[in-house]
Design a protein around this ligand. Sequence first.
Ligand code: SAH
Length: 329
Amino acid sequence: MPLERFMVLANAHYYATRDPLGVAGDFTTAPEVSQMFGELVGLALADLWHRAGRPAAAYVELGPGRGTLAVDALRAMRKAGLAPRVHLVETSPVLRARQRAVLPDATWHDAVGTLPDDMALLVVANEFFDALPVRQWQRTADGWAERLVTHRPDGFTPVAAGVDQALTMLPALHQAPIGSIVEDRPAATALARALGERLAEGGGALLAIDYGHAGGLVGDTLQAVRCHAFADPLAAPGAQDLTAHVDFGALAAAFAAGGARVTGPVEQGQWLVTLGLAQRAAALARAAPDQAEAVAVAYRRLVDPAEMGRLFKVLAAAAPGWPSPAGFG
Ligand code: SAH
């Protein structure tokens, strides 16, 4: 089967059968590192909403995990005078139950098509796009071939399909040596385009925060994480988290093709510091001196270039009539 299909099936089973987050799980995300992350996301959206003239608006999150980001963002939004209805796009029943425990009044959706269409949407997607499936293409002596996955007695292994002549036409790929791998992400591109259209028509803004690159990368970025360590991506399908680096250039182009105005990407560390992370950390440390060291550790984890600060990036998309989002320099 295409690698893309393998990733769909493996992740659908993986997320449907467990809460993967936290120390006892497989990985930890920024909102699980510190409340400061969700608070600044909420304040960035509330600020934009104020400057857009305070229209009727809903808070939307794609893949909200445990609901931690939403809880922190909504608390900060309320202090800024914004109390939106909450709409969560989540496919996992296990994680929906976790979200319901902390956000009992939310409305859940399987996909973005059923989101409200009579108000502006304030959308957040943190570590969501990285879990959507990628296609991979490998250069052979004859041209570019899609990577398939087949099952052999010793496990799953990649094999090449027929050569796709159309790909050899991409100028950026002319210099790639034989054996090179490139990726694209049709599901993410289609979703971003649809969301771009939705923002352009009904108003609103979106923040996509994820690990990834600005585009044009040649290489295999598929990775599996289990118990906070990297694993073989083709081993144990459905029992480990499969992700690949997000191509922010492709994502930005898709939002723009839908009609939204795109800002960024900028590095997560720079974005958080511009929005006031240091001030928030100082306030938390003052309010609870026994937590000062933990706050300092969380701060470094979120902004240090060797931790999440540089690899993670923030991209904004907004309705064309909306003001520019803060935090992008
Ligand atoms: N945003 C959270 C969780 C990230 S893990 C955080 O930062 O902590 C990825 C999330 O996306 C999980 O909630 C998972 O169930 C959800 N998810 C994965 N694929 C999805 C899909 N195709 N549609 C909707 N949700 C999906």
